[in-house]
Design a protein around this ligand. Structure first.
Ligand SMILES: [Zn+2]
Ligand SMILES: [Zn+2]
Length: 134
């Protein structure tokens, strides 16, 4: 796990136990919805409200510690912002995973091909995962 205290400081955000708790949960599970995070964090911070959670998530998205993954017809998930990657979602069990194939689908390649200057990869591929195919 990374040093989130330092990361918060580097992004000029106040270091709070709640924020550190949120980041360690997200780091552990990879991708999480606000509701899942809320259920999880209440085990350690029973008095935290969902409004506080939203506020903290939004400020950490703003400074690019977290990234929101928008999924059509489903709730957004959040992850720790890291190197660029796409996502894949299973339509049956609804799990979401990172997709790091050497596809053409990186901002760099897409920019080269199209002449656009892209700054966000929000690509999500939908399908059926290997477990659900069995
Ligand atoms: Zn599945
Ligand atoms: Zn991801």
């Amino acid at each position: 796990m990374k040093n989130y205290e330092l990361i918060l400081k580097e992004h000029s955000l106040k270091v709070t136990p709640q924020r550190l708790g949120m980041l360690s949960i997200i780091d552990y599970v990879g991708h999480i919805t606000i509701e899942e995070l809320f259920a999880n964090i209440r085990k350690d911070f029973c008095s935290i409200s969902i409004a506080t959670l939203y506020k903290n998530i939004n400020s950490m998205v703003e400074v690019k510690i977290l990234k929101e993954i928008k999924i059509s017809n489903s709730k957004s998930k959040y992850e720790i912002l890291k190197n660029e990657h796409s996502h894949m979602v299973c339509k049956k069990c609804e799990k979401l995973e990172d997709l790091n194939l050497c596809l053409d689908i990186t901002i760099e390649n897409a920019s080269k091909k199209s002449g656009y200057i892209f700054d966000e990869n929000a690509l999500v591929l939908f399908g059926i995962c290997p477990e659900c195919q069995r």
